[in-house]
Design a protein around this ligand. Structure first.
Ligand SMILES: [Fe+2]
Length: 494
């Protein structure tokens, strides 16, 4: 393996840190590397062509009161494959918050489970204010650059796909909404458009926007809600964006007092907004069973019906009995078995305004990915993570066949965890599952991380290849795959 240590950032975390989300598989990295990773098993297929991008949370300073894994600074890992070769780079996202905290050698803003008034600074980002935009939640590729983002609304940071360097912020010629943009922007692979939503504690509480393939903000539209909400994801079909109003939100009576206490209003329906992408027509609302959804997989139009697949939560706020701390309560809500996340299908009838829905699987899975060419059309395969009981860690994955109901499980060895696993189509592929699954593992047994490539047609078989990364990475949240054409000429392979 050829490696070059490019930089090491200063961490003020204690050497004997035992926080469950800053140690073990969540131990943050401080090093930035360029590497040609060693192939330790199999061979890199010549028809795997593109880049796997993975965002992770890497805190550099102790929290002011209580640390939550969503607070860690964004670090983007990238592996590019071409002609049977691979190159790896990892870089911190150079956010404004990271720079300010490097100057002061301390955490300056409040985290997810802290009161905003613990912040040492009056300014900040996010719907609650006085938080740091760590840009560690999501990553997409649009306009030949990676864009990292923050779940509570913030800036979009532009990352160079050749170097991993942060290029600044994407503002779409200064037209980005003042509320910022939420994580889980969506790129439509058919049109190249980027769809986004933005939310606030101010009316109308939710907005939806469309950016052209060329980077021009084409339109924004208000999607008025009854009050502040916490949407995390959206979906889209050929003609519609699907936004949501779930009955999990901050108690309004406490919000007036500055307290952000989420409550699940079990007696209230979930509501889905169908908004035409072209800006015409009225917003149509559909009611459904109460739940909360972190992530959707796909949506498409089927005659007069709009079909939406995502992960229904049986327990959006897991029971708190026996919990001894706020952290423990919050961490229960990170585990897939705590949230009881099941692949689910909603069908919205445009003629009657009615919704029908059903579980597509009995298993708890989440973080579902698919062949991007099946977006906005009926898909068959969803590749989703399985969760380590009680933890925010992925201990394997399941290939869901939503047509036959068949499920293929890939269970990792105890102590080995994977990342959100993407589908990379084989060059010249035909069938929906003709390609590869790409993930990073955090192998506590080997004290190492690997990039593992599986055959998507038979993921339970021997990996196609396994590449060793320079050091064990931290776990994190989201990933994406960018095929060669999306890289727009950018390359780490020279
Ligand atoms: Fe997410």
């Amino acid at each position: 393996m050829r490696t070059e240590l490019v930089d090491t950032l200063v961490s003020t975390l204690p050497a004997d840190d035992d926080h469950p989300y800053r140690s073990g598989p969540w131990r943050p990295m401080v090093n930035e590397w360029n590497a040609e990773p060693e192939v330790v098993q199999g061979a890199i297929p010549g028809d795997l062509d593109g880049t796997y991008l993975r965002n992770t949370e890497n805190p550099l300073h102790p929290a002011l009161a209580s640390y939550h894994p969503f607070d860690g600074d964004g670090m983007l890992h990238m592996v590019e494959f071409r002609d049977g070769r691979a190159a790896y780079r990892n870089r911190f996202v150079r956010t404004d918050g990271l720079a300010a905290e490097a100057d002061s050698d301390t955490q300056l803003w409040a985290g997810f489970i802290e009161m905003p008034d613990v912040a040492l600074r009056e300014d900040g980002w996010g719907i609650r204010g006085r938080m740091k935009d760590a840009s560690s939640t999501d990553v997409v590729v649009h306009g030949g650059e990676a864009l990292t983002s923050f779940y509570f609304c913030g800036d979009l940071y532009r990352i160079d796909l050749s170097t991993g360097e942060t290029l600044g912020k994407q503002t779409w010629d200064g037209r980005i909404p003042s509320w910022g943009v939420s994580a889980h922007t969506k790129v439509d692979p058919r049109t190249g458009e980027l769809l986004f939503f933005s939310y606030s504690k101010q009316e109308p509480y939710l907005r939806f926007g469309v950016v052209s393939a060329e980077g021009e903000l084409l339109r924004m539209r208000d999607v008025p809600l009854p009050g502040p909400r916490m949407p995390h994801d959206m979906a889209f079909t050929e003609n519609y964006a699907i936004l949501n109003d779930f009955p999990l939100y901050w108690r309004p009576e406490h919000l007036e007092a500055g307290l952000h206490l989420p409550h699940f209003y079990r007696e209230q329906p979930s509501r889905f907004a169908l908004v035409r992408r072209d800006g015409t027509g009225d917003i149509r609302w559909f009611e459904a069973d109460p739940t909360y959804v972190l992530h959707f997989v796909n949506a498409y139009e089927d005659g007069d019906t709009v079909v939406l697949d995502g992960f229904f939560q049986g327990q959006p706020l897991p029971p708190t009995d026996g919990a001894s701390s706020l952290e423990e309560i919050a961490f229960r809500g990170l585990a897939l078995d705590g949230m009881q996340t099941q692949l689910h299908r909603w069908r919205f009838d445009l003629r009657t305004g009615r919704t029908t829905e059903e579980h597509l699987s009995d298993r708890y899975t989440e973080f579902g990915m698919m062949n991007a060419t099946a977006h906005t059309v009926p898909h068959r395969f969803v590749y989703a993570a399985t969760g380590e009981p009680g933890r925010f860690l992925f201990n394997g994955l399941v290939k869901h066949d939503v047509v036959t109901g068949a499920e293929t499980e890939v269970a990792l060895e105890p102590g080995v965890f994977c990342s959100e696993t993407v589908f990379a189509p084989r060059v010249g592929s035909g069938a929906e599952d003709d390609g590869y699954l790409v993930t990073f593992t955090i192998d506590m047994n080997a004290d190492a991380s690997f990039c593992v490539v599986l055959d998507a047609a038979d993921p339970s078989g021997e990996p196609v290849c396994t590449l060793r990364l320079p050091e064990r990475i931290s776990s994190g949240t989201h990933s994406t795959w960018a095929g060669r054409s999306e890289l727009a000429g950018a390359s780490m392979l020279g």
